[in-house]
Design a protein around this ligand. Structure first.
Ligand code: GRF
Length: 199
């Protein structure tokens, strides 16, 4: 399976996928990495692994619709079987999702449907939950609202701040994302309304 990974930041989830994508048993290969901004560590990681990259920055386009179309084209040139949003901090639009129907997954650092959006870790901490975690979902156009594929939980500790909780979540998030992506490329993904299943 051909994987295209979309990134905005550190790229540790990308790094975890690159660590296994050469294994014959994994079933997928990262063939392209697309970012919404230049100068991020995730792009360095991709380049060091010899994976082609593209940057499609919102500020370079007249409006969001033009940006979304350019992003769609930048991803489409890699002919992906699955598009993985791995710390991609922008919403993709309807034209993007229509081009890759039921083939876009996202990882989120909270136990959805609690704490969607850009500050899931901070919001969970402020709320005072004692357990949080991560969710891998199918992207359907809502904000972290698509069918849930898999989740993993971690404790929230009394002295946690946003970075310490996020780091604990990211350890299980990387593992979960690699597991789910591998199973999808090997077994396929079926979406029926609110529900998605692998195979
Ligand atoms: C992940 O926790 C992702 O869910 C969140 O931002 C983090 C990205 O990490 N939205 P990285 O860029 O993969 O290191």
């Amino acid at each position: 399976g051909r994987l295209v990974v979309l990134v905005s930041g550190t790229g540790s989830n990308l790094e975890a996928l690159l660590a296994v994508h050469g294994d014959p048993g994994f079933g997928g290969r990262v063939v392209g990495v697309v970012a919404d901004r230049p100068g991020i560590r995730a792009l360095d990681i991709a380049q060091a692994a010899g994976v082609p990259t593209a940057v499609v920055a919102l500020g370079d386009f007249a409006d969001r619709a033009a940006w979304d179309l350019a992003l769609t084209e930048a991803v489409a040139v890699f002919s992906p079987d699955l598009v993985v949003l791995a710390g991609f901090m922008k919403l993709v639009g309807r034209p993007f999702l229509d081009r890759f129907p039921d083939r876009v997954v996202n990882t989120h650092p909270a136990l959805l449907p609690a704490f969607p959006g850009a500050h899931g870790v901070r919001d969970a901490l402020s709320y005072g939950v004692k357990v949080s975690g991560c969710s891998v979902i199918v992207v359907d156009g809502g904000v972290d609202a698509g069918p849930i594929l898999a989740q993993d939980a971690v404790p929230v500790l009394p002295d946690d701040d946003e970075p310490s909780l996020h780091e604990r979540i990211k350890v299980v998030e990387r593992r979960l994302l690699v597991d789910v992506v591998g199973r999808i490329v090997r077994e396929g993904l079926t979406v029926e309304g609110r529900h998605a299943r692998i195979g």
